[in-house]
Design a protein around this ligand. Structure first.
Ligand SMILES: Cc1cc2nc3c(=O)[nH]c(=O)nc-3n(C[C@H](O)[C@H](O)[C@H](O)COP(=O)(O)OP(=O)(O)OC[C@H]3O[C@@H](n4cnc5c(N)ncnc54)[C@H](O)[C@@H]3O)c2cc1C
Length: 403
């Protein structure tokens, strides 16, 4: 990948910039404003609809599926320009675009593509991810929610947890065990489930902040038509890998978090006179953060190029997520340090500092969500560096014989 725009990319960037300048401002959520859930989802759907109407939803998807039929570079260019605005793009939209569409496009049937892809691009459908369970997080293949074939349907029983925004989602992507006689990775099957189905009970998890972004989702005799099975029975793990690859590759951000910190340091008086940017310690910390941000950006670009060539980055995708999570925590901490004591107890009217504090607290979750740091390091050690594998006694044992 060449990091400078080709003339064609420069033309696309100029078009995207102009389109965003006329369409994005009315959808921007002002800094520090916390919307209630219903309002947030309605704004997220409206922005997604605007993207679709403007021809910028699903940039790399074929036009036959409702996408733009563009290149991966165009998708990156558009995302970079879009990231200049604070737009409502919560998990209820991102899970649909990055996970549900990815898995349906790759493993689904033509009918499923026709039914779900374009409505999701248009912002008509919101999605949640029903993967994690109380005893299956890092070890996702240990999941126990079961689906049994019955009379043309599947009957699902079990419990999921940490289901982000399930309470505001129309559909869920679900993985369940359909053959407990097979080893744990092999007896899984993937479904899409209508979240209004009888037997689905969504219970919010209250966070320390008072918000409830996550839920426990209980499934009791939930009927899923076989037409909503994605991939063959037993192909659930391959579908999960498609989802997790997308989640990890997509976890980097086109938005520079260091650029605004440099601007802030430049505009803030330093303790020894001059600006905060003139302090050696601050300059060093910002320079390191900027170098890491640029390095990650180029690494992400390399992996996206691999994907666009049809190659599979495998465990390298975990490196994107691993680097992003630790950088996010570091730069959020730096933002707190730059604001000093104000960041610990921001004045109620100081929305910008409240946002810095919120981002700092939130930054820790990325070290767990979508694959914990330790687990990704194990995968990188084994599959990228070729180091000896973790001991896995349960890998080839039928699931129903595991203790
Ligand atoms: C913000 C956020 C949003 C989320 N949204 C969703 C969602 O929408 N849908 C969904 O299904 N899930 C969601 N999750 C759940 C997420 O996928 C899990 O939290 C994650 O996979 C870790 O699982 P766990 O919480 O069960 O921790 P555990 O797997 O119990 O891990 C606990 C600790 O043990 C360590 N550990 C575990 N195994 C190993 C090992 N083999 N070697 C070394 N260390 C190990 C981990 O690194 C971690 O530090 C979300 C989580 C967060 C934080």
């Amino acid at each position: 990948m060449d990091f400078n725009d080709t003339p064609q990319e420069a033309t696309f960037r100029a078009e995207a910039k102009a389109w965003l300048a006329s369409n994005a401002p009315s959808h921007v959520v002002p800094s520090g404003v916390m919307l209630d859930d219903a309002e947030e989802v309605s704004r997220g759907k409206a922005w997604q609809r605007a993207l679709y109407d403007g021809g910028y939803a699903g940039i790399t998807l074929p036009t036959a599926l409702g996408g733009r039929g563009g290149s991966i570079i165009e998708a990156v260019v558009f995302a970079e320009e879009e990231a200049r605005y604070n737009l409502p793009k919560g998990p209820y939209i991102a899970i649909g675009l990055g996970m549900a569409i990815a898995v349906i496009a790759r493993h689904g049937t033509d009918q499923q593509r026709a039914r779900f892809v374009e409505p999701t691009l248009r912002g008509d459908l919101t999605w949640c991810q029903l993967f994690s369970e109380p005893a299956a997080g890092s070890d996702l293949a240990a999941l126990r929610t079961k689906a049994v074939a019955y009379d043309g349907d599947w009957v699902v029983n079990g419990q999921k947890v940490w289901s982000s925004w399930a309470h505001r989602s129309d559909w869920g992507i679900l993985v369940a065990r359909t053959d407990p006689k097979l080893p744990k990775h092999k007896g899984l099957t993937f479904f899409v489930v209508d979240m209004k189905s009888p037997g689905i009970d969504i219970r919010p998890i209250r966070q320390i902040s008072g918000a409830s972004d996550f839920n426990e989702t209980f499934l009791t005799d939930v009927r899923i038509p076989d037409a909503n099975r994605v991939g063959a029975p037993g192909e659930g793990w391959a579908c999960c890998m498609t989802v997790l690859m997308g989640e990890r590759l997509g976890s980097g951000s086109e938005k520079s978090t260091v650029g605004p910190l440099i601007d802030y340091a430049l505009a803030t008086p330093g303790h020894a006179g001059g600006t905060a940017l003139e302090s050696g310690g601050i300059r060093l910390a910002l320079a390191q953060a900027l170098a890491e941000e640029q390095g990650s950006r180029y690494f992400e670009a390399r992996l996206r190029t691999m994907v666009s060539r049809g190659e599979n980055p495998g465990a390298l995708a975990g490196m994107v997520k691993l680097a992003y999570a630790s950088r996010l925590q570091k730069t959020s901490g730096l933002a707190m340090e730059l604001r000093g004591l104000d960041a610990i107890a921001p004045a109620p009217q100081d929305a910008a500092t409240r946002e810095v504090q919120h981002d700092y607290i939130w930054s820790t979750v990325m070290r767990i969500a979508g694959g914990a740091d330790e687990v990704l390091k194990n995968q990188i050690a084994e599959r990228v560096l070729g180091m000896p594998g973790d001991v896995r006694m349960d890998k080839d044992v039928p699931f129903d014989q595991l203790r």
